[in-house]
Ligand binder design. Structure first.
Ligand SMILES: C[S@@+](CC[C@H](N)C(=O)[O-])C[C@H]1O[C@@H](n2cnc3c(N)ncnc32)[C@H](O)[C@@H]1O
Length: 299
């Protein structure tokens, strides 16, 4: 089945089933098979790895994951696609198909995702790694990646297809227009690399924008160095909330009711700032350090 994932084949399958691809579910299927192979290859999976795939679609990437990894948890929101792919994936006993929304809400993953990932990790033993490998529905890519990194365990690796614009934000450097809370949150724990930029024509139907395959590798020692991940995540979001404001002003807004203005000044000064800087000028490591000063000030 996977080898037949061309625009003509998909079109015919959809027409035969009386379906059409749904924009609201980000149903743009990768029809360049070399790129499907590139996604799978870039993940460097082993038979002891557990892979989460969000968006089973017709199962064309899932079969590739099934060949390389020890256990697959794949989730699909669309009733019709869940049924179509089920028939294709029956031959793989180590593929678990979930039929639900991957997100419970914007800030929470559906609990059955990680419950099943944890079970599979346990069954594969000590050396089992956890990966997200997926051609993601673009509308949930940011909350999904952010939430997985806040979770336990976080993915050791993520190889995902996302909007090029989001890929630019993930790799952005301080001072650039794309540098923001997402860049800092992900780079504070991971190494990020753009593997390939892809034009609209490698998908059916064609999206309006360019896409990219990115690889995100967890750096456990960097993650462990952050004392309180939840506090850090919330503070980073708050510090980037008003991009035009100066550091003193955004910190006062972010800590309203928890730190007085003199306390904010004192904390910024102790961290080496006058307050006239802008958050987007600070490096990831500087933001980690500043958040730690703020955490100690409020605790
Ligand atoms: C970009 S397509 C990828 C399909 C397939 N993996 C491929 O590469 O051809 C995204 C898939 O995610 C599904 N999807 C969209 N939103 C979802 C959600 N919130 N939870 C689970 N699946 C979702 C869509 O129905 C669609 O099948």
């Amino acid at each position: 089945m996977a080898e037949r994932q061309t625009a003509t084949y998909l079109n015919e399958r959809f027409i035969a089933a009386g379906l059409r691809p749904l924009t609201r579910f980000g149903q743009n299927f990768l029809i360049d098979l070399n790129l499907l192979d590139l996604i799978a290859r870039s993940a460097e999976m082993q038979k002891t790895d557990v892979v989460l795939e969000v968006g089973t679609g017709m199962g064309s990437l899932t079969t590739r994951l099934a060949e390389a990894a020890g256990a697959i948890v794949t989730v699909e929101i669309d009733d019709n696609l869940a049924e179509l792919s089920q028939a294709e994936l029956e031959q793989y006993p180590h593929v678990l198909q979930l039929h639900c929304d991957a997100l419970k809400n914007k800030h929470t993953l559906a609990p059955e995702l990680m419950d099943n990932v944890r079970k599979a990790l346990q069954s594969l033993g000590e050396s089992a790694r956890f990966m997200l490998v997926a051609n993601l529905p673009y509308n949930i890519a940011t909350p999904l990646i952010s939430n997985l990194l806040a979770g336990d365990p976080p993915p050791d690796r993520m190889v995902v297809t996302i909007q090029k614009e989001m890929a630019d934000r993930l790799v952005a450097a301080p001072g650039s227009k794309d540098y923001g809370a997402l860049s800092v949150w992900v780079q504070s724990q991971c190494a990020v690399e753009i593997v390939r930029v892809m034009p609209p024509q490698v998908f059916w139907p064609r999206p309006k924008i360019d896409s990219a395959i990115v690889r995100i590798d967890l750096q456990p020692e960097r993650r462990a160095a952050i004392a309180d991940l939840k506090f850090f995540h919330e503070t980073v979001r708050a510090l980037f909330f008003h991009r035009r404001k100066l550091l003193r002003s955004v910190t006062c807004s972010a800590f309203k009711g928890r730190l007085s203005k003199p306390e904010v000044d004192q904390t910024l000064q102790a961290a080496g700032y006058s307050g006239t800087e802008r958050t987007e000028q600070l490096t990831v490591d500087q933001i980690i350090e500043l958040c730690e000063h703020l955490r100690q000030a409020v605790s």
